[in-house]
Design a binder for this molecule. Structure first.
Ligand code: HEM
Length: 414
C-alpha cells in the first residue's frame, strides 16, 4: 500500500531509548516515510542519504520558509506545540529563508565568521580546554569515587565559552545565557515560543551593549560591515540567536558522542594516539555515525512532488504542496546504501568528511569549521591526558527527538 501522511509508519517519542533504533525502523519502510512526531503532528521524514541530499539541494521545491506549511495555516498545528519554534522558526533568519532572501541573510554571517576568525580562536580554544581539563581533574580528586560528569564540567562549558567569546559576551553572563538557551531544547517541559522570546530579548540588550562598546567579536564585525551588507538590528538579533541555537549544544553533543565512542574502543583510540590516524577522522566519524542533530530541520513542499524523482525506492510516494518534510540526519549517517554494510560500525579509519552531519546544500552549517576546530583540539587533549578514560554506569539520553545526546556522562579519568 502506498505510503501516506494519514498512515504514519513510525512514531518518534522523546523518551525513546535509542534514536538509532528508530532510524533503522524508519529506513526499513523506505527513504521517505510518513512519521508521527510528539504531539501527534505527522510529517514526511527523509531517512535515506541519497533522498536526503536530493531534497536538501532542491530548495526551490523543498523550501525552509514555514509560509508553505499548509497544516500550520489551516490551524491544524497547535500554537503551543513544543516543537513549533524549531519546525517553524519565527523572525527573519537564515534557517527559515530561501533563495535570494536566504543569501542576503547568510552573507553577513559568512563574512564575519571567516576562516581567519575561526583559526584565530585556536589559542582561546586550547586554553579553555586546558582550564576545563584542570577543573575536571580537581573535581575527580574531590569526588569520593573519582567519577565526574563530563557533560556539565566540560562538554557544555567549552562551546558556551567559545560562543560567548565569539559573540563578545562577558564570562560572568555565560551562565544566564546558558539557562535561557537550555529551555529551547527540552521538548517535555518548555513552551518553545516563550523560551525563544526570552533569549531574543537578552540578545537584543547584548547587541545594544556592543553598539556602545564594540570589540574584536563577531557582533562588532557584523555591525561594522558595509551598509549594503549590514543586517537591520532585529535581523542581527535573530542571526545571533541562530548562531547560539545551532552552534552551542550541537558541539556539546559531538563531544559527548565522540568520548563515548572512543573510550569504548581502545584499539581505535590507539591509532589516534600513535598518530597513525589523524584526530580529524575521529571528529568526522562521530559526525557521521552518531550525528548530533537527529530528526528535524523541516522543509516544506512548494509544489506536488512525485517520490520517484527523489529516490527510485520512493516511487509511489506523493508529497503534496504544503507538506512538511523533516530531515533525519541521524538516519542518513548510517544509511548502508551510502556507507556500505559497515555503515552501523564506528571506524576512525573511514575518514569520510563528506557526511551530512553538518547538513548539505544551501543551508550547510556555517559553523562547521569552528565545531571541527573545538572538537579536534578537545579530543586530542582529553585522551592524551587520560588514555584510559572510561564511561561509568548508565548514560541517560536527552528527552528529545531533535538532538542525539545525553543529559550526563559519568566518567572515570584513569
Ligand atoms: C557539532 C556541531 C554542529 C553541528 C552538528 C551542526 C549541524 C548543522 C546542520 C545539520 C545544519 C543544517 C540545518 C538544515 O538542515 O537546515 C546547520 C546549519 C547551521 N549551523 Fe551548524 N552545526 C554545528 C555547529 C555550529 C556552530 C559552532 C555554529 C556557529 C558558530 C553553527 C551555525 C549554523 C548556522 C548559522 C546554520 C544555518 C545555516 C543556513 O541555514 O544557511 N553550527 N548546522
Amino acid at each position: 500500500m502506498a505510503l501516506n501522511l494519514s498512515r504514519p509508519v513510525h512514531q518518534l517519542d522523546p523518551l525513546s531509548p535509542d534514536l538509532h533504533e528508530d532510524a533503522t525502523k524508519m529506513r526499513g519502510h523506505g527513504p521517505l516515510v510518513p512519521v508521527e512526531l510528539p504531539g501527534g503532528v505527522v510529517m514526511w521524514g527523509v531517512v535515506g542519504d541519497e533522498a536526503g541530499r536530493n531534497i536538501l539541494k532542491d530548495n526551490a521545491r523543498f523550501a525552509k520558509s514555514p509560509k508553505y506549511w499548509r497544516a500550520l495555516h489551516e490551524g491544524e498545528i497547535p500554537q503551543d506545540w513544543p516543537l513549533l519554534s524549531i519546525a517553524a522558526p519565527s523572525g527573519n533568519s537564515v534557517v527559515n529563508a530561501d533563495g535570494p532572501e536566504h543569501r542576503k541573510l547568510r552573507r553577513p554571517l559568512a563574512q564575519a565568521l571567516t576562516a581567519r576568525r575561526v583559526e584565530a580562536l585556536t589559542p582561546l580554544v586550547t586554553s579553555l580546554v586546558e582550564r576545563l581539563l584542570e577543573d575536571l581533574e580537581k573535581a575527580a580528586r574531590a569526588s569520593e569515587d573519582g567519577v565526574v560528569d563530563f557533560r556539565s564540567l566540560f562538554a557544555w562549558p567549552l562551546p558556551m565559552g567559545v560562543i560567548g567569546y565569539l559573540l563578545g559576551v562577558d564570562e560572568a553572563d555565560h551562565a544566564e545565557l546558558g539557562r535561557l538557551y537550555n529551555a529551547l531544547f527540552d521538548d517535555t517541559l518548555s513552551d518553545g515560543r516563550n523560551a525563544e522570546l526570552s533569549l531574543h530579548s537578552w540578545l537584543d540588550a547584548h547587541v545594544a551593549r556592543i553598539e556602545r562598546e564594540p570589540g574584536d567579536d563577531l557582533v562588532s564585525a557584523m555591525l561594522a560591515l558595509p551598509e549594503e551588507d549590514r543586517l537591520p538590528r532585529e535581523d542581527l538579533v535573530v542571526a545571533l540567536y541562530v548562531v547560539l541555537a545551532a552552534g552551542h549544544e550541537t558541539t556539546t553533543h559531538l563531544l559527548l558522542n565522540a568520548v563515548r565512542a572512543l573510550s569504548a574502543r581502545p584499539e581505535q583510540l590507539g591509532l589516534l594516539l600513535s598518530g597513525e590516524v589523524p584526530w580529524e577522522n575521529a571528529v568526522e566519524e562521530t559526525m557521521r555515525w552518531d550525528s548530533p542533530t537527529a530528526n528535524f530541520f523541516t522543509r516544506f513542499a512548494t509544489e506536488d512532488v512525485d517520490g520517484a524523482q527523489i529516490h527510485p525506492d520512493a516511487a509511489g510516494v506523493r508529497i503534496a504542496k504544503g507538506d512538511p518534510v523533516f530531515v533525519s540526519y541521524i538516519s542518513m549517517g548510517r544509511d548502508p546504501e551510502r556507507y556500505g554494510p559497515t555503515a552501523g560500525e564506528f571506524d576512525v579509519r573511514r575518514g569520510d568528511a563528506a557526511h551530512t552531519g553538518f547538513g548539505y546544500g544551501a543551508h550547510f552549517c556555517i559553523g562547521a569549521p569552528l565545531a571541527r576546530l573545538e572538537a579536534g583540539i578537545a579530543l586530542e587533549r582529553i585522551f592524551a591526558r587520560w588514555p584510559e578514560l572510561s564511561v561509568v554506569g548508565e548514560v541517560p539520553r536527552s528527552p528529545t527527538i531533535v538532538v542525539n545526546s545525553h543529559t550526563r556522562l559519568d566518567v572515570r579519568l584513569k
